[in-house]
Design a protein around this ligand. Structure first.
Ligand code: ADP
Length: 409
């Protein structure tokens, strides 16, 4: 069974084509700068001999429909394609950022589902509209494929009220659904499963703290396979320090910025989402640059890294307390998988909690699951490469195999 996974952004389409029986990725890629003159597609395929090849293709496409058509034609190309025709794709799995309270699990897409995703747009004005654009064009280009939505928020629906209700007038929740939703759910779910498997059990047997550190960053307390708390909130701005987002701040700061500096809502929004975080402190939002600057004794970069990892450490303590037990701390995503410095600083001084990092193991390079705690550490520290696309493909396949889609469409 071939499943195409699509992550449609405002000016980009990220995709991966899986052959689920063979357990392999046939193609993947990223189309960037949709709507611009200098569009670019990085297209990777696995050829018939099993070798991988990468093509960087200049392409000018004016919208998502043209973009996905271009990708579909490459996938089905008679010479270098990986499928014979488009109808070979059984299903398309779409990453949808905000499912609000409507969607607590993966869902087959029909008109009602599209309408409901649209209704959740005020909760994710930057993400849900391009996700919907991807769904609209995939329905046209792959008319025979089952379309499935996998929500970033769904995994966190197991949180108890005390974790997701803000201490605001309760009617804001009742009438306007103002609450914590949490994001990166697909990644937290995937690495919880993978970590549990590595430790020889199923997620129900463990208490885990999962730490996703990419450009956006979030943590989750995952007890017995269920998310019981997470750092991102109603929007992805809350919680950890990120590349250019502030994470937690005093909620009164925006009033101060408006009253005393005369900033507009729009300016404050840009300040908190695009000009803060690592970038706000030391001028770089890329962790590699921050670490390079720190190694060159740049004091702002050192401070940025300190603030970044101190926030992670505080949440490790908080989530240990929330769960009452802890089996493993699990790092993932671009920074979590690659930065030994960030992992070291985040776990430093946590021996009292039973978290002991082995600096030697931590500094080694690897491309699979890696245990970086000391032999005697009561709590394991793991690095687990995330694979959100594979998780989306697996959830999509589950929908098809259980025949659930027949009752939904
Ligand atoms: P996204 O959220 O866009 O998917 P990624 O998971 O790819 O992001 O993570 C991007 C981040 O990972 C960037 O801050 C980048 O600097 C960081 N990163 C990638 N490789 C390394 C590395 N070797 N060392 C430190 N940070 C890294």
């Amino acid at each position: 069974m071939k499943i195409l996974v699509i992550n449609s952004g405002s000016s980009s389409i990220k995709y991966k084509l899986f052959d689920m029986e063979k357990n392999q990725t046939d193609a993947s890629g990223l189309m960037e700068r949709i709507g611009e003159k200098k569009g670019l597609l990085t297209h990777k395929i696995r050829n018939k001999k099993g070798d991988r090849s990468v093509n960087v293709i200049k392409c000018t496409v004016s919208n998502h429909k043209e973009g996905l058509e271009f990708i579909a034609n490459l996938l089905a190309d008679s010479k270098n394609g990986v499928i014979r025709n488009k109808s070979e794709i059984t299903a398309v799995g779409h990453r949808v950022v905000h499912g609000g309270e409507t969607f607590q699990k993966t869902t087959v897409i029909n008109d009602k589902v599209i309408e409901a995703i649209n209704k959740n747009t005020p909760l994710a004005p930057l993400h849900n509209p391009p996700n919907l654009a991807g769904i609209d064009v995939a329905k046209i280009i792959f008319p025979k494929s089952i379309q499935v939505a996998v929500f970033d928020t769904a995994f966190h629906h197991s949180m108890p009220e005390k974790a997701y209700i803000y201490a605001l007038p309760y009617e804001l929740y009742e009438k306007k659904r103002v609450r914590r939703y949490g994001f990166h759910g697909t990644s937290h779910a995937y690495i919880s499963d993978a970590a549990a498997k590595y430790m020889g059990g199923s997620p129900e047997n463990f208490s885990l703290i999962t730490i996703h550190l990419g450009n956006g960053a979030s943590m989750a307390a995952v007890k017995n396979g269920k998310s019981i708390d997470t750092t991102m909130g109603m929007t992805p701005l809350e919680g950890l320090v990120m590349g250019s987002r502030s994470g937690d701040i005093d909620p009164a700061i925006p009033f101060y910025l408006a009253d005393y500096l005369g900033m507009s809502f729009a300016e404050i929004d840009v300040l908190l989402n695009k000009k803060s975080g690592l970038k706000g402190i030391c001028g770089s939002n890329d962790m590699r640059e921050v670490i390079e600057k720190k190694n060159n004794h740049n004091s702002k970069a050192t401070l940025a890294l300190d603030i970044y990892t101190y926030r992670i450490k505080k949440y490790i303590g908080a989530y240990f307390a929330a769960m009452g037990s802890l089996d493993a701390v699990v790092f993932t995503a671009g920074i979590g998988e690659n930065s030994a410095d960030v992992r070291e600083l985040s776990c430093h001084g946590l021996k009292a909690l039973g978290i002991e990092l082995d600096s030697h193991k931590n500094s080694m390079s690897f491309d699979n699951i890696m245990e970086i705690s000391t032999k005697n550490s009561p709590v394991k520290i793991l690095v687990v490469p995330t694979n959100e696309e594979l998780k989306i493909a697996m959830e999509t396949m589950e929908m098809i195999c259980t025949g659930y889609y027949k009752t939904q469409t």
